[in-house]
Design a protein around this ligand. Structure first.
Ligand SMILES: [Zn+2]
Length: 466
């Protein structure tokens, strides 16, 4: 038997994670991510799929971020109807994120139609909410650390990766005619000391490794994000202001809720209302309660009648009217709302109403990509365009680093050192050029690994005649 791998995404770039594995009689995809970011990358989502979708037998997912699952509706639209294996929490999170992605695609197409800037007569969305829903019946959820088979010769096991709820490191055990081989895919690895998520599991042995390199060239700041958050909030409250935190709904929001609860319980910030104003964040938080065994807070959630996700200060705002009512709010409060880079969503009207007042504060807690409103706020621009108006930025802007869901270079190396033997090959994926190169070099120099940065659409024969 031969085993080959083809890199359909997530190589030389952070997004579009998609790897095709072929054992001859069975072909399956590892992750099925959407390309995001610059236009030339996003264009790849529209290209013909590099193989006949009908020949694809299965999909295995590492976790529910869109750059790992966001192409699924398009794949299904093109005729894929095989099983999609993932952890239980990933299946549930994926439903939330895919529906939202379908909605965004529809909105973007509609916007392009109105503005008339599309080359097409009638701009079509990449996929719709209905296309997203068509993916759901194909999910085959699995438990962590319980092996299952996707083909008589292939066994799969999911291990905790940290990163986000449900995120897995994926191990494949492939039985050849003469030999058995182990392939390990890191997925996206989280932090070793994340207060909510389990640390990434160390795997002792693998013949082939895929290792992510998002922060392959970076060291996480040593400051404690909770202390920084506390300082920023106290500063805002000294002025009787409102703290607005633009935040990704999944993962980041729950981490913020955890830190804010800790700060209040320790008496480091006053007990004021915390408004979680994002339906998607509310749905995601519910999953943290449903899948308690998948994170570190299970004891806290079980034993205490109040906890990070349920206490008197916490107000979940599902309805639009509730959200709008905050425009008139005065006095100390914390508003957590999406989107994380202020590119859209409810956070826009909070910024619109509160950013022109000096006493208020905006706390940036995540990466702000070039060209986003969040980035312009962080860069200190005096006005910011919202709803067609140039709104003066008078509120104080704070930036908290260290809340990232990604392992830094040291942690990636830690995980790599968990392998007792050198793999035959290690593919360094899911990183921009500099970070992938930095990690690949370190793996080669310090661990003597045969590390490779695969190119987009490059193929490798992993084993021949095994
Ligand atoms: Zn991720």
């Amino acid at each position: 038997m031969d085993i080959t791998a083809k890199f359909l995404g997530g190589s030389g770039a952070v997004t579009g994670s998609k790897y095709l594995l072929d054992i001859g009689e069975f072909e399956f995809l590892l992750d099925c991510g959407l390309f995001q970011g610059p236009r030339e990358l996003r264009q790849r989502n529209w290209d013909d799929f590099p193989m006949s979708v009908k020949e694809l037998d299965a999909v295995v997912l590492s976790h529910a971020h869109l750059d790992h699952i966001g192409y699924l509706p398009k794949l299904v639209k093109q005729g894929f109807d095989g099983p999609i294996y993932c952890t239980e929490a990933t299946a549930e999170l994926a439903k939330i994120l895919l529906l939202d992605s379908g909605k965004l695609q529809e909105e973007e197409a509609e916007y392009a139609r109105k503005k008339g800037y599309s080359k097409h007569e009638k701009p079509e969305p990449l996929y719709t909410m209905e296309d997203a829903e068509a993916v759901f019946p194909l999910f085959v959820p699995q438990k962590f650390e319980q092996s299952f088979s996707i083909h008589p010769k292939i066994t799969v096991t999911f291990y905790h990766a940290g990163h986000i709820l449900g995120a897995a490191i994926v191990k494949f055990r492939i039985e050849g005619d003469h030999q058995t081989k182990k392939l390990v895919f890191s997925g996206d690895l989280g932090r070793y000391h994340d207060p909510i998520l389990h640390p990434p599991t160390r795997i002792p042995q693998a013949d082939i490794i895929w290792i992510e390199s998002t922060y392959g060239d970076r060291k996480a700041p040593s400051s404690k994000p909770e202390d920084e958050l506390g300082r920023a909030i106290r500063d805002i409250f000294d002025r009787d202001g409102i703290a607005i935190i633009p935040s990704f709904a999944v993962g980041r929001t729950q981490l913020l809720m955890y830190h804010l609860y800790q700060l209040m319980e320790k008496g480091k910030i006053p007990k004021v209302p915390i408004f979680v104003d994002s339906p998607m964040a509310i749905d995601a938080t519910r999953l943290y309660l449903d899948f308690r065994q998948d994170h570190r807070l299970s004891a806290m959630l079980e034993e205490d009648d109040k906890h990070a996700f349920k206490h008197p200060q916490l107000r979940y705002f599902q309805k639009q009217e509730q959200s709008m009512s905050l425009n008139e709010y005065r006095g100390k409060a914390i508003i957590i709302s999406a989107s994380g880079m202020a590119t859209g969503g409810r956070v826009l009207h909070h910024l619109f109403h509160h950013i022109p007042e000096e006493k208020n504060g905006v706390i940036m807690v995540g990466f702000q990509a070039e060209g986003t409103r969040g980035r312009r706020i962080l860069d200190g621009e005096p006005t910011i365009r919202i709803y067609g108006y140039d709104v003066p930025v008078k509120a104080k802007i704070y930036q908290i680093e260290g809340l990232s869901a990604h392992a830094d270079q040291e942690e990636l190396m830690d995980w790599a050192e968990g392998f007792c033997e050198k793999p035959k090959m290690a593919f360094v994926v899911h990183g921009e050029k500099e970070s992938a190169e930095a990690l690949s070099k370190k793996l080669h120099e310090e661990l003597g690994w045969n590390s490779i940065i695969p190119q987009y659409l490059e193929s490798f024969v992993l084993f021949e005649g095994i």
